[in-house]
Design a protein around this ligand. Structure first.
Ligand SMILES: NC(=O)c1ccc[n+]([C@@H]2O[C@H](COP(=O)([O-])OP(=O)(O)OC[C@H]3O[C@@H](n4cnc5c(N)ncnc54)[C@H](OP(=O)(O)O)[C@@H]3O)[C@@H](O)[C@H]2O)c1
Length: 221
């Protein structure tokens, strides 16, 4: 059996993933409740996060080249980056105290220079696909090599919709924010190919008008 996948996102009432201020404390508080073995994240999400929340990219230090020694119960951050877009940025993730370490997924097309960059910094990486990464192979690899049973993906539309379209998602967890984004919305589900039937598992009214909704995907691959 492939690992359980939960897509967890903060959205506006009109379904946008961006162009509002997400409540990050609440977002990660809910994410933590799933006790995932892995956070699966797309490279665009990492670059957007750095732009939004980091005050510039700090220079690398000697400790950034070593695997952190952290609690083994913390989740790995598994980052998809076949083009090497995160070259010089990964230490911002590795430094995060709730990240056990960063694992990078690349493909046969990934530039050799990026592989060398990862090796020099002691990042574990895996080649899982020819051009893009192969998601099914990825999930099997995480299960077999890292004994992963629960994956939480708090990523953007591209990776989230790929996982949904390919039938790998078990649950969708939405932290609905009391805000409308309107014409600047980045709609969370607009790349879904066909209807996906859901069953409501949770609807929890939180303080200040936030609502936490959890749906089970009825048909999974
Ligand atoms: N509100 C929220 O909860 C939330 C959470 C996360 C992100 N966001 C927002 O979402 C935006 C970023 O998301 P995004 O939709 O641009 O991208 P994304 O979800 O970060 O996904 C991009 C990833 O998908 C991979 N990919 C693309 N095509 C693929 C394919 N055919 N097969 C396998 N993998 C493929 C790319 O890999 P390669 O390029 O390496 O091949 C890349 O790593 C940002 O604006 C961010 O702020 C919002």
């Amino acid at each position: 059996m492939l690992p359980k996948i939960i897509i967890h996102n903060s959205i506006s009432l009109d379904g946008s993933l961006t162009n509002f201020i997400p409540n990050m404390e609440l977002h990660y508080q809910i994410a933590g409740e799933y006790k995932p073995d892995v956070h699966l994240i797309g490279s665009n999400t990492i670059t957007a996060g750095i732009e939004l929340y980091e005050n510039g990219v700090p220079p690398e230090e000697t400790t950034d080249f070593e695997k952190p020694k952290r609690d083994k119960n913390l989740p790995f951050w598994v980052v998809i980056d076949t083009k090497g877009s995160l070259k010089g940025l990964l230490h911002t993730c590795r430094r995060f105290e709730f990240c056990r370490d960063v694992i990078v997924l690349i493909s046969e097309k990934t530039p050799e220079g990026y592989k060398k960059h990862l090796e020099e910094r002691n990042y574990s990486y895996h080649i899982v696909g020819q051009n893009h990464i192969d998601l099914k192979q990825t999930l099997a690899l995480l299960r077999d090599i890292y004994q992963v049973s629960t994956i939480l993906t708090d990523t953007g539309r591209i990776l989230g919709n790929l996982l949904l379209n390919q039938g790998f998602v078990d649950e969708i967890s939405l932290l609905v924010h009391p805000v409308l984004v309107g014409k600047n919305a980045y709609p969370m589900f607009s790349d879904i190919h066909e209807n996906i039937t859901l069953k409501l598992l949770k609807n929890e009214l939180l303080s200040k008008g936030y609502v936490w909704l959890v749906y089970k995907v009825e048909m999974k691959q």
